[in-house]
Design a protein around this ligand. Structure first.
Ligand code: GLU
Length: 298
């Protein structure tokens, strides 16, 4: 396997030009008004290797909400606070072929969430965060992540207002089901906290630094990092997870804002951002770039 740190900059610049064209095939999500208004031509990539080589191209100053990319880091945080035995009594770690916000999947599984990368699992994990209210709970996670990864994540209040401006019946239905089955307490605080942690935002560099926590961080237990990477590999890209795992094989997580984070084990992290999404909800240009880099490395 070739080394991520030797990826030629010229090659990366060419892929970026192609990725701009690819992005035109995608669509902006319409269920969060501010995401619908994002400039579709934004594009950024940051690669950080474990020896701290850093390669950045595109709109590196732009900040964006992590949305579902917070999910593996929520899992990492709770594994470090509560341990894997406790966590996996609350959620499973199996892939799902249903959409990320499926109530049906949860009902088929008798209310035991299939994995922490889909909303039922993430909401269940959010309910385990400590703190008297959603502000405190979100803040605890934000602070921990910033400290461990030296990043500057912040809560984007405008994005949060936009998320909360439209009802989200699917997430509400999942919360109701989990509450009825006594899987979560404090349903309101849980949903508020979930919306807040999805609006934790940063630049492409912040995202790549978060990714490095799953490569070789001296502050993170290697067992916990490996648990998170394994679940990202099989469950990280919505319904495209299986295909991506077969063809690319890198632990990855995408979010509805258009970011994708991929981990190249023992080498580094690749963070990409481009807002237009494909039919499965993954950023078209970000998946394109990651596929190109994976094919180069293998
Ligand atoms: N806030 C989003 C939701 O739960 C996050 C979705 C995503 O990025 O996949 O609907």
């Amino acid at each position: 396997m070739k080394q991520l740190s030797y990826l030629p900059l010229e090659q990366l610049s060419n892929w970026l030009l192609e990725a701009y064209q690819q992005a035109k095939k995608g669509k902006l999500p319409d269920y969060i008004p501010l995401l619908k208004q994002t400039d579709p031509s934004l594009l950024a990539i940051c690669i950080i290797t474990e020896n701290d080589n850093i390669l950045i191209e595109g709109d590196s100053q732009i900040t964006f909400p992590l949305m579902s990319i917070i999910k593996p880091f929520l899992l990492l945080y709770l594994l470090s606070k509560l341990g894997d035995n406790f966590i996996f009594q609350k959620v499973n770690s199996k892939p799902s072929n249903y959409p990320f916000n499926s109530l049906e999947q949860l009902q088929l599984d008798q209310g035991f969430p299939r994995n922490p990368m889909i909303n039922s699992g993430a909401l269940t994990l959010v309910s385990l965060l400590s703190g008297k209210d959603s502000n405190k709970r979100c803040h605890n996670l934000q602070q921990w992540l910033n400290k461990q990864s030296q990043s500057n994540l912040f809560l984007d209040e405008l994005m949060l207002n936009s998320v909360e401006s439209l009802p989200n019946p699917r997430n509400q239905a999942i919360i109701d089901e989990l509450t009825q089955r006594n899987h979560i307490k404090d349903p309101e605080i849980t949903l508020d906290t979930y919306n807040k942690i999805c609006c934790l935002s940063g630049t492409i560099i912040d995202l790549a630094k978060l990714g490095l926590l799953l490569v070789n961080s001296s502050n993170i237990s290697s067992e916990n990092a490996s648990i998170v990477r394994d679940i990202m590999t099989t469950c990280g890209l919505y319904q495209a997870s299986e295909d991506f795992a077969e063809k690319i094989g890198f632990p990855s997580k995408s979010g509805v804002s258009g970011a994708i984070l991929s981990i190249v084990p023992q080498q580094g992290a690749i963070a990409c951002y481009s807002p237009p999404l494909d039919a499965q909800g993954n950023s078209v240009a970000s998946s394109y770039l990651i596929r190109k880099i994976a094919n180069y490395l293998i």
